[in-house]
Write a new protein. Sequence first.
Length: 824
Amino acid sequence: MIPSQSCYFFSVVTLYFFFLVSFLPYTLASPTFRYCRHDQRDALLEFKHEFPVNESNPIPYDASLSSWNKSIDCCSWEGVTCHAKSGEVISLNLSHVPLNNSVKPNSGLFKLQHLHNLTLSNCSLYGDIPSSLGNLFRLTLLDLSYNYFVGQVPPSIGNLSHLTILDLWDNKLVGQLPASIGNLTQLEYMILSHNKFNGNIPFTFANLTKLFVISLYNNSFETLPLDMSGFQNLDYFNVGANSFSGTLPKSLFTIPSLRWVSFEGNMFKGPIEFRNMSSSSTTRLQYLNLVELDLSFNNLNGSFPAFLLTIPTLQWVNLEGNQLKGPVDFGNMSSSSSLKFLNLARNEFNGSIPESVSQYHNLEELHLSFNNFIGTIPRSLSKLAKLEYFCLEDNNMVGEVPSWLWRLTMVTLSNNSFNSFEESSGVLDIETQVQWLDLSSNSFQGPFPHWICKLRSLEILIMSNNRFNGSIPPCLSNATVSLTDLLLRNNSFSGTLPDIFVNATKLLSLDVSRNHLDGLLPKSLIHCKAMQLLNVRSNKIKDKFPSWLGSLPSLHVLILRSNEFYGTLYQPPASIGFQSLRVIDISHNDLTGTLPSFYFSSWREMSRLTGEDGNFRLSDVPYMGKVLNATAFFVDSMEIVNKGVETEFKRINEDNKIINFAGNRFSGNIPESIGLLEELRHLNLSSNVFSGNIPQSLANLTKLEALDLSQNQLSGQIPQELGSLSFMSTMNFSYNFLEGPVPKGTQFQRQNCSSFMENPKLNGLEEICRETRVPSPTPQESKDLSETEEQVINWIAAGIAYGPGVFCGLVIGHIFLSHKHEWW
Ligand SMILES: *[C@@H]1O[C@H](CO)[C@@H](O)[C@H](O)[C@H]1NC(C)=O
Ligand SMILES: *[C@@H]1O[C@H](CO)[C@@H](O)[C@H](O)[C@H]1NC(C)=O
Ligand SMILES: *[C@@H]1O[C@H](CO)[C@@H](O)[C@H](O)[C@H]1NC(C)=O
Ligand SMILES: *[C@@H]1O[C@H](CO)[C@@H](O)[C@H](O)[C@H]1NC(C)=O
Ligand SMILES: *[C@@H]1O[C@H](CO)[C@@H](O)[C@H](O)[C@H]1NC(C)=O
Ligand SMILES: *[C@@H]1O[C@H](CO)[C@@H](O)[C@H](O)[C@H]1NC(C)=O
Ligand SMILES: *[C@@H]1O[C@H](CO)[C@@H](O)[C@H](O)[C@H]1NC(C)=O
Ligand SMILES: *[C@@H]1O[C@H](CO)[C@@H](O)[C@H](O)[C@H]1NC(C)=O
Ligand SMILES: *[C@@H]1O[C@H](CO)[C@@H](O)[C@H](O)[C@H]1NC(C)=O
Ligand SMILES: *[C@@H]1O[C@H](CO)[C@@H](O)[C@H](O)[C@H]1NC(C)=O
Ligand SMILES: *[C@@H]1O[C@H](CO)[C@@H](O)[C@H](O)[C@H]1NC(C)=O
Ligand SMILES: *[C@@H]1O[C@H](CO)[C@@H](O)[C@H](O)[C@H]1NC(C)=O
């Protein structure tokens, strides 16, 4: 018996070994056995065949479902998992397989009644979610995220009473949630973000007491259940970007497990209260474990909720964009604070910034912009060794700016009344960090502060709208190496702009407009290969037209208006360049000469739509702490078309392509090639000595909104084709030698009579001039008139988007999601 026994033993081992080897790959891939029930297989195949299949020309999904083949065991098909013993399909995961169809009510899918997990994320599914979903009553996980499902969630979802995860993120679902959702008492994750749900949250919701994560972000929900105290497991609660109103649900803030909460972007009103505060001391909040709280952009009012900051676990608090009032009193922390981020911007806080702010010794970001804070920057702030971002713009702060601030990363002080800088004793010899420094619109005066030259990390320097005077110092050349934006507009700087740009290869925008600069434009600007915006408006620069700037590959905005530039735009055989221009304003200088008829043919950017590509989207903004390393940038607000009073535009629309040559001495014909600039919106050639006919090619500029050719020596007829330019709301042909009939188009007939006056041979004006019998204005009056009629427009230099104020705030809502799980 022993030999046979050993033989038997041997054979078992061999067999076992054989199994191991032959099933090894499969065993590693999936923990199931090679055993598939035929009814399950047939249901799967039925499901497969509901989607477009062409065996001889497999589209991508077919390639990934090619393993779904009768001659292979169905438990090893891609995305399929079977129960180890019964062979029932318990999990189907087809995420990212582009099924590209609707799910039929009688789909084979609903025969897979043993499914526990169903993941059809990003499958390009559309149409309604069929009611037959209720058949899959064993489901614990249902993930239909990233599809195009429409309609309402079927009430039969209440049948899925074992569901623990429901993820419908990013579909187009509408309407109210069915009351039957209250049946899903095992639910832990409910992710309904990025749909179009509206109405009330059904009261049955309160029964979902196991919920750990609730995200309703970006829908149109209107009311929350009153009592939320039952969610004793809740960790993450995000109802941001909905239409909720009423007061904050106090009951929510009795839940000890709750850590992340966002009410951002709704219409919640009333004071911030967590419970009946009158009967509870602040210490009663010690049991809360909140980490992040976002109440920004609501209509909350009342006073500063100091009690909030006593929650020891709290790291991140955003109250931006509410109507909170009165002084900020931090009180005294009894224990150590975890607070890293505090945003109080855009409220109505007043009083001084209390010295007690220094107790939040972990603070990294402090946003106080757009309030009514008064007084000076408190000395104790310097004790916050981790502080990196300090935003204080648009308050009523005064006095001296302390020099310790230069060790931070971002300091924005614009729109206050600061008037001086602390003597920088020694601070600048240690490492200075400051990358973003905004001193604009304060009461600073006197010479350019030389210590700024020593800020080696400076990327954005804004000193606009102060009373700085004297020259711009050459020592700034060291700082230009890292600078992306240098904005000095509207001061009293004088002398020549120094030749300091040899190494300014990162510079994107330079604005020295509205100063008293004279002399020449520095030739070293030619090294600013990244330059997108150059504005020297309203100085006394006396130089030849800088045609050499035409070689800068990204120059989008060039403003030389109101200086003493002279000479011609173009000297053959040089190339014309300026291929990226979107806005050029060289008006009110001394420029002369004729332009060859092909002159505009190289201005390619003006002839095309600025694609989405170059756009700055908020969603691209990375976590605030890294924003300065990103490509995001901004330029100072600036004006180009205005109503007499200078109006500043913070947001600029990329597609406003503008040419303003007015008030020079250009002569000869208007170049025919103007007709190539098909995206042009505003064209002003007034007050020059252009002669000859108005080129017919102007009729090509179908997006033109404003055209001013007044006060030239143009003759011949106004091309009748211009009558078809349907967006043209403002035009002026006055003071020329035009003749013949005014075009018939409605835009022409709507004009004021003065737009055509002083063209003795022009006819067909009876209609236009009948209503508005104003006395003929003088040329000067006519000019003023045309300026006031100019539409006020928002416009932009490329790729920009937000001034720092807005930036300091807006970005923040984003953070809430960005550093946590993406699928919320
Ligand atoms: C399947 O693909 C082949 C090859 O491209 C094509 O000739 C055939 O018409 C397609 N069949 C269907 C039903 O689309
Ligand atoms: C199924 O798989 C077998 C073996 O891999 C193969 O010969 C057959 O062509 C496949 N059938 C289909 C329809 O793809
Ligand atoms: C589904 O499959 C995808 C990719 O194949 C995988 O990333 C994901 O984790 C799976 N999901 C589940 C719930 O198994
Ligand atoms: C969706 O699937 C496609 C492939 O079909 C993939 O390229 C894309 O990144 C996926 N999208 C998401 C959000 O996962
Ligand atoms: C999805 O189907 C539609 C028609 O039903 C078709 O036009 C489209 O090209 C398909 N998309 C893919 C990615 O197959
Ligand atoms: C089903 O999903 C749950 C939750 O993600 C997971 O823990 C479990 O392993 C999945 N089961 C199968 C069979 O994929
Ligand atoms: C609900 O589930 C039960 C089994 O629990 C099943 O018999 C019934 O058909 C399902 N109802 C719907 C509407 O899907
Ligand atoms: C709720 O679940 C039970 C089973 O747990 C089921 O019988 C009932 O039909 C469900 N209700 C709804 C409205 O789906
Ligand atoms: C909620 O649960 C309670 C007790 O479990 C039950 O009596 C009640 O009917 C449920 N309500 C809803 C709307 O499902
Ligand atoms: C510029 O930096 C160099 C060293 O990098 C230093 O020697 C020089 O003094 C600096 N110039 C000014 C004007 O600060
Ligand atoms: C420009 O940079 C080079 C190399 O870094 C350096 O040698 C030179 O001194 C710099 N020039 C100016 C004007 O800063
Ligand atoms: C008018 O526009 C077309 C393109 O739409 C262009 O081919 C043509 O040259 C333009 N005409 C003139 C006169 O600029």
